[in-house]
Design a protein around this ligand. Structure first.
Ligand code: AMP
Length: 582
């Protein structure tokens, strides 16, 4: 990009959104020309046509499952143009926490470019309202393991692919977000050690830290909760200038030891600050006095962590980061002053070709399972980027230069408005249902709302839900919903019993309510799990190659995810059955 100028980034964005429909046509042409040799496209009879009409007529809507055989061939070493003109040389492993198992998706340099474009765009807008000085960023970012596929391609999480790229460092410098920690921490092989070192480096450079961030808000809350446990040890390290012996990864030890010098004064200041805090409220601005904001994805499945994050952030603004996926980016948050709950993402019309499947009440009744690409009769035709309507909900479909054509991401978004002619989207939820036994239908969002409602009863007890998940138990007859809660402390039985009733009542979906009334769904069960259970689940996903940077707590654990179910069940301390419909 040459010399980075915020104005030119904003100008480029404004220009591309002026006539987004035209930019979309050009983007589609570019994607199809780049990949005209791809076997997948050739087999569909496009015969060189690149207009949206021919494209839609020839190319089917697909889900990941439909593309799996092609991706597998690439992974197995087929270097012919399968999905893309130039062969794919590395793959990304999606977090897999939403679907229970990781998906392999194509990765290429174009995806790195669009990631940087998104980062720069949102930064340009953010910096107008919340300027940062030249300094550092305390970034809780972690790489994941890298696998070699049978065909010799590297496969790792998309975030790791990005952190490893040359462009990442340049961009972080341009957007004044250079990480406090050395690379050996980001790429360390042990997440717990990396986290400790991130905290340590953040404290060493505390005066210089301009912002605190992670990819998803979960990692921020996790980091601050860990800080509560290890702050004294961190202070000892800083006071003595000797790294705790819990850091055993040699490269990480060497790199962090180089920047750790005895600084008793700093150690004492941090100690005094920590002791002066009440229940860690507002610890972020106290410890990092020059930080301007806290940044990370806070929408969707991250919303449940907002309350705790606000507690730690005190007076500092929380800013929700951009919207994308391992498969490709979608939009940038260009309205940084909106509260995270209302964050919107302006679609960048030149990073992919977008379509939107309108969700009507009717099509919702035919709710699709992610794994099937059969289009039910009631499903409405997808519309183009500039044809979406404000206030309506859609499922996102995109086509990008990394070999995904009319790909259903499985996310539902709502159009909040337009910036020039490109829509600003609000993330609503994953499309697939979480909880369903017969005619009942509850999504991730419904579960989140139910949990929010029930946790109000805990507030008086000064307790919080650290994390939660759910499960449909059909081993009983009738089947019933199970909600797992990890709590920050011990709650009284009567309180939990009320919470359980409240959860049951909070699922207001008509199918659920009527099934409960006629007892074709049994009483909801609340299972309380031991402290640290969700940490075990995180560790389990990490052992499978997931990255903390992309981790999303599975909000519903299916029977097929037996390992996670077992972790949950092995740690249950109490359970309660609802009497809400007795
Ligand atoms: P991954 O599988 O790790 O690539 O995660 C991608 C998924 O994370 C998306 O399909 C969304 O469901 C979710 N996601 C990503 N960005 C956001 C965001 N800004 N708000 C809400 N959910 C998001």
């Amino acid at each position: 990009m040459g010399v980075f100028s915020l104005e030119s980034v904003i100008e480029a964005f404004e220009a591309s959104t002026k006539d987004a429909a035209q930019v979309q046509r050009e983007t589609l042409r570019w994607i199809l020309e780049e990949n005209s040799e791809a076997e997948y496209l050739q087999s569909l009879g496009l015969a060189g046509r690149t207009d949206p009409e021919s494209f839609k007529a020839c190319v089917p809507l697909v889900t990941h499952k439909d593309l799996e055989p092609y991706v597998q061939r690439i992974a197995d070493g087929d270097f012919s143009p399968v999905l893309t003109g130039s062969p794919i040389t590395s793959l990304s492993l999606s977090s897999g926490t939403t679907q229970g198992r990781p998906k392999l998706v194509p990765f290429n340099e174009e995806l790195v470019k669009s990631t940087m474009q998104i980062y720069r765009t949102s930064y340009a807008f953010r910096n107008k309202e919340f300027p940062t000085m030249n300094g550092k960023a305390l970034q809780f970012i972690y790489s994941s393991k890298q696998f070699m596929t049978k065909g010799g391609l590297t496969a790792t999480t998309a975030t790791t692919n990005v952190y490893r790229s040359e462009q990442f460092k340049h961009t972080m410098k341009d957007i004044q977000s250079q990480c406090c920690s050395p690379d050996e921490v980001i790429f360390g092989s042990d997440f717990h050690q990396s986290l400790y070192c991130h905290l340590l480096c953040g404290l060493i450079f505390s005066e210089e830290v301009q912002l605190i961030s992670s990819t998803f808000a979960h990692s921020l809350v996790h980091a601050f909760r860990t800080f509560e446990q290890v702050w004294e040890e961190l202070c000892d390290d800083i006071g003595e200038g000797v790294l705790s012996n819990r850091i055993t990864v040699p490269a990480m030890r060497d790199a962090v030891s180089k920047i750790l010098k005895p600084n008793p004064e700093l150690a004492n200041t941090i100690r005094d600050k920590c002791v002066g805090l009440s229940n860690w409220y507002g610890m972020v601005p106290v410890l990092w006095p020059n930080a301007k904001y806290v940044y990370g994805i806070m929408t969707g499945s991250m919303e449940p962590y907002l309350k705790k994050l606000r507690h730690y952030a005190g007076s500092l603004p929380l800013m929700s980061a951009d919207y994308g996926s391992s498969e490709g980016w979608i939009g940038a948050n260009i309205n940084p002053s909106l509260a995270p709950e209302s964050a919107t993402f302006a679609v960048l019309p030149d990073i992919a070709y977008f379509e939107f499947i309108p969700l009507s009440e009717k099509s919702e009744d035919q709710e699709l399972e992610q794994s099937s690409s059969t289009t039910p009769n009631t499903e409405l035709e997808p519309v183009g980027l500039t044809e979406v309507e404000v206030g309506k909900e859609y499922e996102i479909v995109f086509t990008n230069v990394a070999g995904l054509y009319r790909y259903r991401l499985g996310d539902v978004v709502k159009v909040a408005g337009f910036h020039n002619s490109t829509p600003e989207l609000r993330f609503v939820r994953r499309r697939s249902l979480l909880l369903t036994i017969n005619i009942d239908k509850n999504t991730e969002k419904d579960l989140q709302l139910a949990v929010e409602e029930a946790t109000k009863l805990l507030a008086a007890e000064k307790l919080e839900v650290v994390d939660f998940s759910s499960h449909v138990d059909v081993s009983t007859d009738p089947g019933h919903y199970v909600i797992f809660w990890e709590l920050s402390g011990n709650a009284r039985e009567d309180v939990l019993s009320n919470c359980c009733d409240c959860l049951d009542r909070a699922f207001i979906d008509a199918g659920y309510v009527s099934s409960r009334k006629v007892r074709s769904i049994g009483p909801l069960e609340l299972r309380i799990v031991k402290r640290g259970t969700f940490q075990k689940i995180l560790d389990h996903f990490l052992s499978l190659g997931a990255a903390v940077s992309q981790f999303k707590t599975p909000r519903c654990v299916g029977q097929s995810n037996s390992k996670v179910l077992q972790i949950l069940d092995d740690n249950v301390t109490d359970n309660y059955f609802s009497s809400a419909y007795d």
